[in-house]
Design a protein around this ligand. Structure first.
Ligand code: HEC
Length: 110
């Protein structure tokens, strides 16, 4: 089967390429989103602005929150239901919220 000899390596090569590029992009997505949508209030390192209460994402309280609670805070404004923090209405999808939470966890580790 000549065709199979050709298609199989092509298939494997594209799989390798997809894995090489899709993996890191997925991880960078949260960082890039955070940079464009969150840094203004939460700072590049996630420590927030002293003048804005509750913006420190590295606090012991924030570290204690579950992933689901962080996602809720991002998408629906969390416990305080702050209208300006309902990112669900401002173009952030549930999947993106997950990558954002992953990025926040990364920042909390540093
Ligand atoms: C306009 C300023 C502003 C922007 C932009 C902003 N936040 Fe916030 N965020 C706040 C404030 C203020 C709080 C404190 C909680 C409250 O008052 O509702 C908060 C709270 C949070 C919390 C909950 C922290 C806790 O300890 O309960 C998370 C998580 C969070 N923000 C993530 C994000 C992410 C992710 C983005 C980007 C998509 C973002 N925020 C963009 C101002 C902002």
């Amino acid at each position: 089967m000549k065709l199979l000899k050709f298609t199989l390596p092509c298939f494997i090569l594209s799989l390798v390429l997809i894995l090489m590029f899709a993996g890191p992009t997925w991880a960078q997505d949260g960082a890039a989103l955070f940079k464009s949508k969150c840094v203004a209030c939460h700072g590049a390192d996630g420590a927030g602005k002293a003048a804005m209460k509750g913006t420190n994402l590295l606090s012991p309280e924030a570290k204690k929150l579950s992933d689901a609670e962080l996602e809720d805070a991002i998408l629906k404004g969390g416990k305080t239901k702050k209208a300006t923090h309902v990112f669900e209405k401002r173009g952030i999808t549930a999947d993106q919220a997950k990558t954002l939470v992953a990025h926040i966890r990364d920042l909390q580790k540093k």
